[in-house]
Write a protein that binds this ligand. Structure first.
Ligand code: MN
Length: 474
């Protein structure tokens, strides 16, 4: 029953408070300790837990990363990386060492998680790692003299983009047993240094780590051409009708008719980049664009995807597009962990360090909720072991049986080796009716979160009842 635990922190008592806090996060999705706690006593427990120097972000991330690594062994894993900024309201922020956003009052925290997804069936495997940064640490001070240290001439690892490079390194280290890793990133990840680091052809990083990044820069590709114009000259590999992600207000339609092209380009090291990097790199490109786009240029679908994967056929090109579209899962994680209008003054968070720990725990909780909500569709065939410890099987079977009704309709319809089976149990415990016929909707994230809290407690109780001597002595 190590599933819900954040880490051991060298102390059984701290490990238990951590598990309670994570469970409360699943249930409430709040950043306010008063809302998370059952009573005043627990509120103080949570507050002391976050202030305790033995509780580190590092240990929380190592514990969750280790679990993800075990599950990722032997698989092709997409590692989704992205940055989100969370703002928390506070009026005394700057005095207490919190980094602030533009208005000088709200507290800004950067979250840059790495989320592992199975490349073949699209299920979430877990959190690989994350950077959670107080905005004062994340933003470098402006150069003292104008032009003294120009933005473009500073090497990439000295800028905020350093975290994009570090992400691929972390993924390679943590997921050392994965069969293959593909970093999937939006336009922020279009950094030459990152390609130079990942390109196996240049003697860079480990050759099982690949990159798939949407191009932001219209780079020179030789022969007087720029990247986007070069792609347009290539022969169409096919025309497709694709689903576009329903990102708030971004695309006003669900389907776009696009043409797909693919090829290879050679990009040169930018003038400002580190001279130790390869002078030029060969990258594969999959270009997806609407030939008859809507009037509004923002509505136009044009994804120019740069990758280190071989792309030799229209099917291979569409595989790259499919992997890129999995990026929506990390947006789901951000949406799940965002809580509106949190006031740090009333949340009993006293220091930046405590807030960063709380945000880290919220991230761990959000990944697990998204994992279950996505994995409930039995057709992905995602395995139970992606979400539960196989040692809990006996307990889970017993709990499942207690939830099943007398009629066939109220039996868990899924195979007990699947995540869908586990999801059914969590949903029922969260208060979902169990009826899937017309008029009944499937369980949403809130129901699942409530169910998980109960399920974790029941599994833990089962272990205490059956193996109490193994768990605790006095
Ligand atoms: Mn982004």
């Amino acid at each position: 029953m190590d599933q819900a635990q954040l880490g051991s922190f060298g102390d059984q008592r701290l490990a238990e408070v951590g598990a309670d806090l994570l469970a409360a996060m699943h249930r409430e999705r709040s950043m306010c300790l008063r809302e998370l706690a059952d009573d005043r006593n627990q509120e103080l427990q949570f507050s002391r837990f976050l202030d305790n120097s033995a509780v580190s972000r590092h240990e929380i991330l190592v514990a969750t990363g280790r679990q993800t690594a075990e599950r990722a062994a032997g698989r092709h894993v997409l590692v989704l990386a992205d940055t989100s900024e969370c703002n928390y309201t506070s009026h005394k922020a700057s005095k207490r060492g919190f980094g602030t956003v533009g208005n000088g009052k709200d507290i800004g925290v950067f979250v840059h998680p790495l989320v592992a997804v199975d490349a073949d069936q699209g299920g979430v495997i877990g959190l690989v790692g994350a950077e959670v940064i107080n905005r004062t640490e994340g933003k470098r001070p402006a150069p003292a003299k104008a032009g003294a240290e120009d933005h473009k001439t500073r090497p990439a690892d000295e800028k905020e983009s350093r975290r994009w490079l570090a992400g691929a390194e972390t993924a390679g280290d943590v997921l050392a047993d994965a069969a293959m890793i593909t970093m999937v990133e939006d336009r922020e990840g279009d950094i030459y240094d990152q390609f130079a680091q990942a390109c196996p052809c240049e003697g860079g990083g480990p050759d099982n780590v690949h990159l798939l990044v949407r191009a932001a820069q219209n780079r020179s590709v030789g022969g007087g051409d720029k990247l986007f114009e070069r792609c347009a000259k290539w022969r169409q590999a096919g025309r497709y009708s694709i689903q576009v992600p329903a990102k708030r207000g971004l695309y006003q339609r669900q389907v776009a008719k696009v043409s797909v092209r693919f090829g290879e380009v050679t990009v040169r090291r930018p003038a400002g980049a580190d001279k130790a990097l390869a002078a030029q790199l060969t990258l594969r490109v999959v270009d997806v664009r609407e030939e008859n786009p809507p009037q509004d240029p923002k509505q136009r679908v044009h994804w120019c995807l740069l990758t280190t994967h071989a792309v030799g056929s229209p099917d291979a090109a569409m595989q790259i597009v499919g992997w890129y579209k999995m990026r929506w899962l990390i947006e789901q994680v951000f949406r799940t962990m965002k809580t509106d209008g949190v006031n740090v003054e009333t949340s009993q968070i006293t220091t930046p360090a405590a807030l960063l720990k709380l945000v880290t725990i919220a991230l761990v909780a959000a990944v697990r909720v998204v994992q279950l909500v996505v994995g409930r569709n039995a057709d992905t065939g995602q395995a139970l072991t992606d979400v539960a410890d196989p040692r809990d099987m006996t307990a889970l079977r017993a709990i499942c049986a207690s939830l099943e009704g007398r009629t066939e309709k109220l039996k868990n319809p899924h195979d007990p080796t699947t995540l869908a089976w586990y999801h059914w149990i969590a949903a029922r415990l969260g208060g979902w009716s169990g009826y899937t016929s017309k008029g009944y909707s499937p369980a949403g994230p809130k129901t699942i979160a409530r169910g998980l809290k109960r399920l974790d407690a029941m599994v833990e109780g089962w272990w205490l009842a059956n193996h109490s001597a193994d768990v605790r002595l006095g």
